[in-house]
Design a protein around this ligand. Structure first.
Ligand code: CO
Length: 136
């Protein structure tokens, strides 16, 4: 059994149709501040990270029709998309999932936003929630 591989909640990702409207709502209602914005071309998304203590709310919107987030919005509408867990070693955490017989989306760690290294675990393995392992 693996112990202590998840060190913190890195981000909670929410898929939205109108990124500007979602950012404005968090700013106006909660006084949240945008810590980072990025277009991730490889994933077909634009994201805004709103700081909450040492974690983030990640607002995600698709920039292409073939983006997985576009498909998600079409099928399920806006809402919780995935949870990002911070890990010290993305490869080791991914291997722990594989060793346990889990299904992964990324066979190997890959570049994420903010210069992070990430890997996604299939929600069929992780009890219905898409999980992203995030190494800073
Ligand atoms: Co994420």
């Amino acid at each position: 059994m693996s112990e202590g591989l998840l060190t913190e909640i890195d981000h909670v990702a929410i898929a939205v149709v109108d990124l500007e409207a979602a950012i404005a709502w968090y700013q106006e209602v909660f006084g949240a501040t945008v810590a980072h914005r990025e277009r991730v071309e490889s994933d077909g998304v634009e994201e805004a990270l709103l700081a909450v203590a040492d974690s983030y709310i990640q607002l995600l919107t698709p920039i292409r029709e073939d983006s997985p987030v576009a498909k998600y919005l079409a099928n399920r509408g806006e809402g919780l998309h995935h949870v990002g867990y911070r890990v010290a070693d993305c490869g080791a955490a991914l291997q722990a999932v594989k060793d346990a017989g889990g299904r992964v989306i990324d066979e190997a760690p890959r570049p994420g936003s903010r210069g992070t290294t990430v890997a996604f675990i299939h929600p069929k393995t992780s009890f219905g929630t898409l999980i992203e392992l995030v190494q800073e």
